[in-house]
Design a protein around this ligand. Structure first.
Ligand SMILES: [Zn+2]
Length: 186
């Protein structure tokens, strides 16, 4: 049985649509052809995926009802049990499209730091404000049940633990983790 190159759904003789590199299903064809208004025969897989993702994001944004947020890092739609990670300029070098996750699809949420240390130990170092050591990165890592990993990057270059920037980022990281854990058990 053949499957769609974009979403992996089964495709048969009657519902397969050809593009430059292969075949996609009718639903993906609808997205990639912008509601059947454009041909896709000369588009490659990267272009097709891009078009399908755009459609998804627009649809997701429309249905997203923000009930809470943590800075510009995490938007929450508690009504529809979803979160949005805006991927804003502050957390990334480049601006990506916002990403949406169903809370039911989240497996775990952890704070990752480098160099590794116990989070309680880090907490103490942050509190005393005298520690000269440096953190190379600080990220909140979300793992999903379908084996995807998303990093919300708070620090991506070396910063002293005692600095205000680190303290603030560490507070955000803890709040993001707490909020996601709360939503997962709500
Ligand atoms: Zn498909």
């Amino acid at each position: 049985m053949k499957t769609c190159d974009v979403c992996g759904n089964k495709i048969g003789l009657m519902n397969k649509f050809k593009y430059a590199d292969g075949y996609i299903c009718k639903e993906c064809y609808r997205k990639a052809s912008r509601q059947f208004t454009e041909t896709i025969i000369q588009k490659d897989l990267a272009e097709i995926k891009e078009l399908c993702n755009q459609e998804l994001d627009v649809k997701s944004l429309e249905n997203f009802e923000m009930t809470g947020r943590i800075g510009n890092y995490l938007l929450v739609d508690e009504k529809n049990h979803r979160i949005c990670i805006p991927n804003n300029r502050m957390t990334n070098q480049k601006v990506d499209a916002p990403e949406f996750y169903d809370i039911s699809n989240i497996k775990q949420c952890e704070i990752k730091i480098d160099p590794y240390m116990d989070l309680e130990e880090l907490e103490k170092k942050v509190k005393i404000q005298r520690d000269e050591s440096v953190m190379n990165y600080l990220t909140v890592q979300i793992s999903t049940k379908d084996h995807k990993t998303k990093n919300i990057q708070l620090i991506d270059k070396p910063v002293r633990i005692k600095s205000y920037a680190f303290r603030q980022s560490f507070n955000f990281a803890k709040r993001i983790k707490e909020e996601i854990n709360r939503l997962m058990t709500a």
